[in-house]
Design a protein around this ligand. Structure first.
Ligand code: ADP
Ligand code: AMP
Length: 259
């Protein structure tokens, strides 16, 4: 594809409200890729993990219910997450398109999302699966550092900040997340295999899933994700057909939710 084609497609993307899910195990690089895509396509980056951490920080009722589960690496109940997301997806910024990161994480969440978007006639364009082996995940998360202010993530070896311990974007002191320790990382991986893999299968079954090898360097993954998004925007893309199938399959469920 030529540079002009790329620009043209990116231009189309800017006008079109792109709706994308980034899915994969914790540590696969969803937040890292989301930061770039958000800038490039002007999308709202909706991370349920960031939203929940903010609720915990504010000591809200939801934060109090979520805190211990998050510290243990377990999922917060679907009903709480769906409530939170139903409100978030009503906010004006998502009408320009969104990138979901960390949601859905169970089959029930995935089905509810597809039904909700079908009811609003705002189907997903694509679901990008960032695929990575468990041992590499443990290596990545053990050395991850996060900015508590803007959510940007770093890795002490592969993606360090310019100034040691400080966020490049806003200078805040970086933190080592409480759940980024080996025991909790392994619990989160089991939860991923048991509860999140079924929703990946669900997206595959409705033709929306596209896989990327997340073990590649960050800029290489970026390039592959970009190509998938452009494919999803191209008229001849099979994704358009699958999207129609997905929408028609879930339209009746959407109607019942609306009613
Ligand atoms: P997720 O949002 O999926 O939990 P992150 O984006 O926070 O994952 O990335 C987890 C860790 O791995 C971070 O320390 C990040 O800097 C690092 N990382 C992300 N993508 C890559 C990559 N392609 N290669 C090496 N390290 C990466
Ligand atoms: P993350 O920042 O995506 O790694 O999420 C951190 C933690 O927040 C997870 O380990 C869960 O406890 C909780 N969480 C985030 N998103 C969800 C979700 N969609 N469903 C249930 N729990 C979630």
């Amino acid at each position: 594809m030529s540079v002009i084609d790329l620009r043209r497609l990116t231009g189309v993307a800017r006008q079109q409200a792109l709706r994308i899910v980034l899915i994969g195990p914790p540590g696969a690089g969803k937040g890292t890729q989301a930061a770039t895509l958000k800038e490039r396509y002007g999308l709202a980056h909706v991370s349920t993990g960031d939203m929940l951490r903010e609720e915990v920080r504010r000591q809200s009722p939801l934060g109090s219910q979520a805190r211990a589960l998050m510290a243990a690496g377990k999922l917060v109940p679907d009903a709480l997450i769906l409530d939170m997301m139903a409100q978030r997806l009503q906010q004006p910024d998502v009408s320009r398109g969104f990138l979901l990161d960390g949601f859905p994480r169970s089959r029930a969440q995935g089905e509810a999302l597809v039904a909700m978007l079908a009811a609003q006639k705002q189907p997903l364009h694509t679901v990008v699966q960032l695929d990575l082996q468990d041992e590499e995940i443990v290596r990545r998360l053990s050395l991850r550092r996060s900015c508590p202010a803007c959510g940007r993530v770093y890795h002490l070896h592969s993606n360090p900040p310019t100034l040691h311990g400080l966020c490049d974007a806003d200078g805040s002191a970086l933190v080592h997340r409480e759940d980024d320790n080996e025991v909790t990382i392994r619990t989160r991986l089991s939860v991923f295999h048991e509860q999140t893999e079924p929703v990946i299968e669900f997206f595959r079954s409705i033709g929306l899933l596209r896989r990327v090898d997340a073990s590649l360097p960050i800029d290489h993954v970026e390039h592959l994700v970009e190509r998938l998004i452009q494919g999803a925007l191209t008229k001849s893309s099979p994704l358009r057909t699958s999207r129609r199938l997905a929408v028609s399959k879930y339209r009746s469920l959407g109607r019942s939710l609306r009613g």
